[in-house]
Design a binder for this molecule. Sequence first.
Ligand SMILES: Nc1ncnc2c1ncn2[C@@H]1O[C@H](COP(=O)(O)OP(=O)(O)OP(=O)(O)O)[C@@H](O)[C@H]1O
Length: 273
Amino acid sequence: MTTTATATTTATAATAAATTTARQASVQDAVELHGVRKVHGSGDHAVTALDSVSIGFPRGTFTAIMGPSGSGKSTLLQCAAGLEQPTEGRIVLAGVDIGEQNEKQRTELRREHIGFVFQAFNLVESLTAAQNVELPSRFAGRKVRPEQVAGALASVGLADRASHRPSQLSGGQQQRVALARALVTRPDVLFADEPTGALDTVTSKEVLRMMRMLVDQEGQTTLMVTHDPVAASVADVVVFIKDGRIADRIPLNKDSQSDNAAAVAAHMARLEA
Ligand SMILES: Nc1ncnc2c1ncn2[C@@H]1O[C@H](COP(=O)(O)OP(=O)(O)OP(=O)(O)O)[C@@H](O)[C@H]1O
């Protein structure tokens, strides 16, 4: 597994070495955050959700993002995906500096380069699995060929469920349809915010196994926010956030997921103490 070069850039630390690190990061990272600060609200109600966050997420790797409630995990994901604008700092997604894009260009960038899955599957009940996979692209005025839809469903093990409606599928299968929908345009980065939050242990495992396989077989760069150490244990690396800052970053061993889960749980307990 490639380890990331975490580029910490501040106005005063613009040394030649830092510049070199940043350049190396752009070559290998699918998403980079440089000195990102995000403040929600204003005045007395201002909340700093992210504070000086600088990190790169290497292509083809699976990162889990963990941290106590309110630590900034979802904000980090939303900013990294270009869904929210940082108050300060730069975000580079698929080699493009999001801050230099206008709203229309950002929308295009998101359409072309990211896929998103949430805790809620957000499938349309009256449509088949295949139609659900196709729907967002159709809304965006993009033509997705039937073989692309079939390919996306096959990649999540649902080739034989294309004409089933959500009510005819298990929770795990519905989340896999949502995964296929996120991946049909072959995005550079898959963002997942608590993708197993609404699933039981067995169906969670099914979805996580599929996400792991997509990283291993298709090189799908994946960033997943989770509260669950077992879910995090399938990742290559876990990034811990506390009070809007990166508190730690621990690499995991792909071959020992139960040891990983225990190590991640112990780390979380220390962070929350
Ligand atoms: N739109 C918003 N307006 C005001 N404050 C917000 C907004 N979104 C998030 N926050 C605040 O920013 C901080 C970080 O929120 P965020 O949702 O990123 O945390 P989180 O780690 O994902 O939390 P959780 O694990 O509980 O989902 C919290 O204090 C939250 O209340």
